[in-house]
Write a protein that binds this ligand. Sequence first.
Ligand code: HPA
Length: 277
Amino acid sequence: MEFTPKVLESCAEQLRARFPHLPIALAVVSGSGINLALPGGDKLAELSYQEVFPFPVHPLLGHRPTLSLWRVHGQGVVLFHGRFHLYQGYSAAEVAAIPRLAALWGASTYILTNAAGSLHPQIAPGSLVVLSDHLNLQGANPLVGEWGRWREPVFPDMSFAYDPQLRQLALSLARETGFAAWEGVYAGVLGPSYETPAEVRMLGQLGGTVVGMSTVQEVIAARHMGLRVLGLSLVTNYAAGIAAQPLTHQEVLEAGALAQAKLIRLITTLVERLVQP
Ligand code: HPA
């Protein structure tokens, strides 16, 4: 079946019919090596991506590809465990299916986490970078073609793609949680090879703070849908050439796992603040 806006609308309709009386307040997406939960929340369901999305789902590295649905103060919070990446061969529309589905299901806020490499010696692995902006270097845009014509605006403004209020809140809560917290720009590349040291120098000169292979397609689609966006990069490694050793995916997963408890605490606190009783 061709993946069209109509098909996605019917996926969202099925979810709303399956969980009536549960207004969805927000969605959280976790990246590589990060397994989110909401301790204290009431977990209502866990659905595999294959039952939810109308296209073939490959196994995702480091993830059970599922979403879990939680009730917090009578409202729904959806956690997406793992995302679709362009480098896996998914189209930009498929990569953008997560925020679009979240918005059609009723969410108004989209919190995304990702694993990223640091472009700056001061920003060490284990730090958290609250995203203030991004560079789309992926050569794709999820609004090309019928997905852009689907709804207004055809040319969405990206001046405040990452919500200023949410950024302030996240920065203060991240510090309280014990993260070295920074604010910065996400340089989104295609991957899946890591960058060369020359590319890492270029990304720094272009204004990037961290580099990763996800996020920007989702944020463009999320803004097109009118979602408020918060982006959090967990720094798992120094980008190539900043530290002496070569990079491995294992290192990225391990750093994600180490920071997991702190990240879960931060997300839980953010959700508590954003979902009012
Ligand atoms: N480069 C690109 N993507 C990444 C990195 C990196 O160094 N670390 C985690 N994701």
